[in-house]
Design a protein around this ligand. Structure first.
Ligand code: GRG
Length: 298
């Protein structure tokens, strides 16, 4: 399958739904909603929603199942966007740019950015528990909410971010690094695939396979993110020698070198694809996405 065409199509479908589910900037809360919309529509790759849709399609590739999975897929993008807004705040990474645009707090101010993140996180749960997702059986919806909350919360993304903050500037080892990334970025990625499966009625074995796939692409995603960071920094340094590199940050390349990190990412992708053995051709989008994750350039 041609992954670029597939990604463009899926992204388009996700964009339409995000526009439908996102609040309109009208009424007394319009300023707050503008701040949420600014980051939600700032040009993300929509990887998590696409993974959710592909996870559902691996079990059932009907249009009906895809439609059922849409609100869940979009909930992941709401949560991901919230995490980026908060991650960029002065109290966290203190970044001025995200996806080449001024970060939320530099445009709307710190308080508004915190609230935009809070609003997006909350809206995700409103979406999955509300009218947009009534086609999903209540029992499954409860499991979805539980799975999403677990991945986003203190034993998942928030916990991982907290560990990352606590260990900032320390020379941590591989176990800690792996643990931080598994929770900070891996948990939400895994949950998006698994939740797609839950919507489509995956059995226990299929869910386990989707989880193993998600865990491995989560790892590959993070290693590649570290490698892309290095490439971007090197390019930047080429342009303006003397720029500051955040050398205090432990990453896969800083622990293992560029070459080995790349090999590790490729091995994780192989593991991810191997985990999909119980599935037929319907899981081809998941297979293609796994390869895309190591080959991507941004
Ligand atoms: C503040 C609670 C809280 C959590 C923040 C995810 C996260 C935790 C911080 C992001 C820091 C970061 C850059 C991590 C590396 C992996 C990652 C999440 C990259 C960005 O995800 P993409 O590439 O982004 O899917 P786009 O822009 O395409 O949406």
């Amino acid at each position: 399958m041609e992954i670029r065409i597939y990604l463009d199509e899926q992204r388009q479908l996700v964009e339409e739904r995000l526009a439908r589910y996102m609040l309109e900037p009208i009424g007394v809360f319009s300023q707050h909603i503008e701040a949420m919309r600014y980051s939600l529509f700032a040009g993300g790759k929509r990887i998590r929603p696409i993974l959710c849709l592909a996870g559902a399609a691996a079990i059932n590739s009907s249009e009906n199942t895809r439609n059922l999975a849409m609100p869940v897929a979009c909930a992941f993008e709401f949560i991901h966007t919230y995490s980026l807004i908060h991650d960029d705040l002065p109290a966290m990474d203190d970044d001025d740019l995200r996806r080449g645009k001024p970060t939320n707090h530099t445009v709307f101010g710190e308080a508004a950015a915190i609230l935009a993140g809070d609003g997006l996180l909350t809206l995700a749960f409103e979406l999955v528990s509300g009218p947009a997702a009534t086609g999903i059986a209540d029992k499954s919806r409860l499991r979805l909410i539980h799975t999403i909350a677990g991945a986003a919360g203190s034993l998942g993304m928030v916990g991982g971010q907290s560990l990352d903050m606590i260990h900032a500037g320390e020379q941590i080892g591989y176990d800690e690094l792996r643990h931080i990334h598994q929770s900070k970025t891996g948990a939400l990625i895994t949950a998006s695939v698994v939740c797609g499966g839950i919507v489509a009625g995956a059995d226990e074995k299929q869910e386990r396979a989707l989880k193993a796939y998600g865990d491995n692409i989560g790892l590959a995603f993070q290693i590649v993110d570290d490698l892309l960071d290095i490439m971007a920094t090197t390019a930047e340094l080429g342009k303006s020698a003397g720029s500051d590199i955040k050398s205090d940050k432990v990453t896969y390349p800083s622990l293992f070198g560029v070459e080995t990190s790349h090999t590790m990412a490729k091995e994780a992708v192989q593991e991810a694809v191997a985990a999909l053995a119980p599935f037929d051709r319907q899981a081809d989008p998941l297979r293609a996405l796994a390869h895309y994750i190591v080959d991507r350039k941004k």
